[in-house]
Design a protein around this ligand. Structure first.
Ligand code: ATP
Length: 619
């Protein structure tokens, strides 16, 4: 079984003309766990991953896989497999053909093609033309490609896109399994719920900067979550809570109260003479954490809940249950958040839905990018076939609005799960002293969107939270980085001249300088791996997972792990995505593997993928 590699990002910065997509990003991603790379649209996740994959040359800094830059890997596909957003394929190729080309280019036994096709559920589409595939099928094909080399490291960029609920679940289980096998799994997402259910460790990126690195278990402090409460007289209950200064969200299944615990809320209701029909203490969602974080740094990592076992009990349930339902409802009270630290902002927190919604504008405009490449690329498209090129991803033209594409799949499967847990824990709690929460003076705290976008105020200065006791476990550490709201940092960077760098960036060879991982100073968040509560939940599902996982021996000669220098292929081979053919080929643009990468890819993908296929996630 291939072993995972440590991914090391050292002070990575990437500027696209006047846009700083990634700013001084340092992080270490460990094997054996699922690390979620979280952030809103435009935060810089894709750019960071592309830098790791040698598709975009960083303006500064390094990104390495097991200490080796992508460009220096001899057999990339055997070292790191990736599923990037909006991958483009040659429409006339069959799935099997596509994978066969990649296998050949990477010295992978052709028998592996059918294996991975079966693994992703496309065995029945072996000869089907990719152009006729649905978005979800293409996504599965991308996964098949990523798994082709049985690599020890897998990178998924918004993998849920295009997948139906079952597909998303399948994807989660797959990631869980890969991590459990000791591989390194890095998955980006802007949909919190997806991450919560499978991640062991979370890296949060906001406006190109790492703002939080934490083990999921450290975030799972039930006390920092919220309370779901309901009563026949919901109006009266809402009023009482609002009056007491609680922030309340009205959801389909009840009211979600932030800033207090079940005991307090129950007591408050009792003193107001309101009979409750539901009272449930929920664990915190990532949203809760972020909100808390910004509100004066209330968030404090919780001692890592040790091992998986215990974890199972609580977490799982909570994990899912906790998700606030897609805002079904209107935010009500808002008033005071616990501490008034934050500046005013609307309070409606929530749900993924919100998150997405808000993104819209953000970075849309910036796109600037590369020029012409698009076309060239396209042209190739059809031409294609020829296995010549190998690049799998072709697309059609580029438009220019890369980044913003509308997100199709927002589809959060879980959306509604909501607090299905309404197990009514009727609390009659007689306690009267419902100290109505901390004063009602509060000002509304910032919304989750604000927090992530930093639009509002927010963030404190990088404060590093202590590691929860006993959290030395690898990933248990939690670090909160620089203020989310700081835009300053970025700006400085905006050197108009970068353009030069861009174009220059193409000098393939260098993309991702091989420079070994320079020891980055301090920031190396994370610590070790530990199974989180949520991971435990995922594992639970895992049991039912129907699909076999045909990895195993295979591949003669492909040494998994080190990936480094085994065979003799050059990095240039461009295995990255699909085929693993050299960049020199001609698909460059399309595929985005080449030098010109930077812009190309993005553009290509975005445009192509998006427009044409409508699969985009961006806004
Ligand atoms: N080739 C490019 N040329 C110019 N700007 C770019 C290019 N690629 C990305 N950007 C900009 O860099 C920023 C980060 O984009 P990136 O795609 O990395 O974000 P993301 O976090 O992956 O977003 P999403 O969740 O929407 O995929 C955005 O402002 C985007 O417009």
């Amino acid at each position: 079984m291939p072993e995972g590699h440590v991914l090391e990002f050292t002070r990575v910065t990437k500027r696209f003309n006047d846009v700083t997509a990634v700013s001084d990003f340092s992080a270490r991603v460990e094997p054996g766990v699922v690390t979620a790379f979280l952030g809103p649209n435009g935060a810089g996740k894709t750019t960071t991953l592309r830098i790791l994959l040698g598709q975009v040359r960083p303006t500064s800094g390094t990104a390495t896989i097991g200490g080796v830059a992508y460009a220096d890997l001899r057999t990339p596909l055997k070292t790191i497999g990736s599923v990037l957003e909006e991958t483009v394929y040659r429409p006339r190729r069959s799935a099997a053909r596509q994978l066969t080309i990649a296998a050949k280019a990477n010295g992978i036994p052709l028998s592996r093609v059918d294996e991975v096709l079966a693994l992703v559920g496309l065995d029945g589409e072996r000869e089907g033309r990719i152009g006729s595939f649905s978005l979800g099928m293409r996504q599965r094909l991308s996964v098949a490609h990523a798994l082709l080399g049985d690599a020890g490291t897998l990178v998924f960029d918004e993998p849920a896109n295009g997948l139906d609920p079952e597909g998303i679940r399948w994807m989660r289980l797959l990631m869980r399994r890969l991590a459990d096998e000791g591989r390194t799994v890095l998955v980006s997402s802007h949909v919190l719920s997806e991450v919560e259910q499978v991640a062991d460790h979370v890296l949060v990126l906001s406006k190109g900067q790492l703002v939080l690195s934490s083990g999921i278990e450290s975030l799972a402090d039930p006390a920092s979550g919220s309370v779901v409460v309901d009563a026949a007289d919901r109006v009266a209950l809402t009023a009482a809570l609002a009056e007491a200064g609680f922030e309340v969200e009205v959801l389909r299944s009840g009211l979600t109260v932030r800033g207090g615990d079940a005991k307090t809320v129950g007591a408050l209701a009792a003193s107001a003479g309101i009979a409750l029909s539901t009272l449930v203490q929920r664990g915190p969602t990532l949203e809760d954490v972020f909100i808390d974080l910004v509100r004066g740094g209330k968030f404090e990592p919780r001692p890592a809940i040790a091992a998986s076992d215990d974890v199972e009990a609580d977490a799982p349930v909570e994990g899912e249950a906790s998700r606030p339902d897609a805002d079904a409802g209107a935010v009500v009270g808002a008033a005071e958040g616990a501490d008034a630290g934050a500046d005013g902002v609307a309070v409606d927190v929530a749900t993924d839905g919100d998150v997405e919604a808000s993104l819209p504008d953000a970075e849309t405009d910036d796109v600037a990018v590369a020029d012409a490449e698009g076309e060239g690329a396209e042209a190739a498209t059809d031409v294609d076939e020829a296995e010549t090129a190998a690049s799998p991803e072709v697309i059609e033209e580029e438009t220019s609005e890369g980044p913003e594409a509308p997100d199709t799949e927002s589809a959060n499967p879980d959306e509604d799960r909501a607090e299905g847990d309404d197990e009514t824990t009727q609390s009659d709690a007689a306690n009267d002293d419902a100290e109505a929460v901390d004063g009602g003076q509060s000002e509304p705290g910032p919304s989750f969107d604000e927090i992530l976008f930093g639009s509002g105020s927010a963030a404190t200065e990088s404060s590093v939270l202590d590691d929860p006791a006993g959290s030395e476990q690898e990933h248990a550490g939690t670090e909160v980085f620089a203020g989310l709201g700081d835009e300053a940092s970025d700006d400085d960077a905006l050197a108009g001249d970068d353009s030069a760098s861009e174009s220059a960036a193409d000098e393939q060879g260098e993309i991702a300088d091989a420079s070994a991982p320079e020891s980055d100073e301090n920031e190396d968040p994370r610590s070790a791996a530990v199974s989180s509560m949520l991971a435990a939940a995922a594992r639970a599902y895992y049991e039912d997972e129907p699909q076999p996982y045909p990895f195993g021996e295979k591949a003669e000669g492909e040494g998994p792990a080190d990936g480094e220098h085994h065979e003799g292929e050059h990095h240039h081979e461009g295995e990255q995505h699909h085929d693993g053919e050299q960049h020199h080929e001609g698909e460059q643009h399309h595929e985005g593997e080449q030098h010109h990468e930077d812009e190309h890819h993005h553009e290509g993908e975005h445009h192509d993928g998006e427009h044409h296929d409508g699969e985009h996630h961006r806004y």
